[in-house]
Design a protein around this ligand. Structure first.
Ligand code: BGC
Length: 380
């Protein structure tokens, strides 16, 4: 995704000025044993020692290149860390936990000073996290919390509860549920990977808004599938969401019954729902939520096939994490704005939560184009 070059360069300039004083020391070498998803997916750096300018090797472990956002996250992190004078070992793991574990092992043995990890499954990194702890390497959980590990030093993410809440509120307001009187509306639910701790917050935040309308009978879920595990989508996979939704449509909405709303926790699952609607539903498109403002979903928004998405500016998160890394490397305390929400089962992890906002047909130009996140051409 090269579309954001200008935005990235601007962010880089900002971060570079913030972190002025750091020297540049990059001597990256591609190695054949990198377990990358694509040929440009990662770099391996030998060694990584502190120098007077504050540089050192930072390991950045990303889950997959399949979803647009992780490509943006990885490339923003890499660009900004390099601009701040650090060496970067960026790896993508094809959504395979074992691959991610061995990538992190390599980062540790290559002498990285800080690990930034967007985990595939929050609960599956156990042993390698212990290795990081033993080696005294601080770990920043990136976007997704790493669970049940004492090795997690900090967490940086968007406010995941607020993401879900905004999705629920969007449905509430679009259907005007508070003034529904005796009217009832049909709704279905699709959330993400059961191993992703964020799902608890996305789904929890949305249900904290919508549950009372289900209880009151204003919202009706014809499939009866309302619990988190039943509505989960392994790996947030578009195809899996589509298959499940086609079954729901043919089983519960083939008799002309109208589907009014679908809570989808993110864009990859919303895309699966939109595909299923296109193939298996004859009525008007329901209110359909999403998250990430992926290009495919923004195009669907413009075409009236998805109602909203949550915009999480990956530039903001990357900048925040680079600030965290820099504070750690210089022996300081990173900026923290939440010390209570994210208990990983071992301890409450000091966190920085960025603010998400919703985008829909009315405001997407202002949020996505005027901010330089996308160009008009990206969305054609
Ligand atoms: C992220 C979402 C993303 C999803 C699928 C979640 O952990 O917070 O932004 O859509 O993973 O990759």
């Amino acid at each position: 995704m090269r579309k954001k070059l200008l935005g990235v360069l601007l962010s880089v300039a900002m971060v570079a000025s913030l972190l002025a004083g750091c020297g540049d020391k990059n001597d990256n070498t591609q190695t054949p044993d990198n377990q990358n998803e694509t040929d440009d997916a990662g770099e391996n750096n030998d060694g990584g020692t502190d120098d007077a300018s504050g540089g050192g090797l930072v390991g950045v472990a990303m889950p997959t290149k399949d979803l647009q956002r992780w490509n943006q996250d990885g490339s923003n992190m890499e660009t900004e860390l390099k601009a701040a004078g650090y060496e970067v070992d960026l790896q993508y793991a094809s959504n395979d936990v074992n691959t991610q574990v061995s990538q992190i092992e390599n980062m540790i043995s290559n002498g990285c000073k800080v690990l930034v990890i967007a985990s595939i499954e929050g609960d599956s990194l156990g042993t390698v996290m212990d290795q990081a702890k033993e080696a005294g390497i601080p770990v920043i959980a990136y976007d997704r919390l790493i669970m049940n590990s004492e090795a997690v030093t900090y967490y940086a993410t968007f406010d995941n509860y607020v993401v879900g809440k905004k999705q629920g509120e969007y449905i509430r307001d679009a259907l005007d549920l508070d003034n529904a009187g005796d009217k009832t509306y049909n709704i279905e639910f699709v959330t993400g990977d059961p191993g992703d701790n964020n799902v608890n917050f996305f789904f929890g935040g949305a249900m904290d808004v919508l549950q009372k309308y289900l209880d009151a009978g204003t919202l009706v879920c014809r499939s009866g599938q309302t619990d988190k595990d039943t509505v989960a989508t392994v790996n947030w996979d578009t195809g899996a969401a589509q298959t499940r939704f086609e079954t729901i449509l043919s089983s519960f909405y083939s008799d002309g019954e109208k589907l009014d709303a679908v809570l989808a926790s993110n864009d990859s699952t919303a895309l699966g729902v939109a595909n299923a609607l296109a193939s298996s539903y004859k009525g008007d498109y329901p209110v359909l939520t999403g998250q990430d403002c992926d290009i495919a979903s923004v195009k669907n928004m413009i075409d009236g096939k998805q109602s909203m998405s949550i915009f999480k500016d990956t530039r903001t998160l990357a900048s925040k994490v680079v600030e965290m890394v820099d504070a750690i490397m210089k022996g300081g305390e990173p900026d923290i704005n939440d010390r209570e929400s994210y208990d990983n089962g071992d301890h409450v992890v000091p966190s920085y939560l960025c603010e998400p906002e919703f985008a829909d047909i009315k405001n997407y130009k202002e949020i996505l184009i005027d901010s330089g996140y996308y160009s008009e051409d990206d969305l054609k």
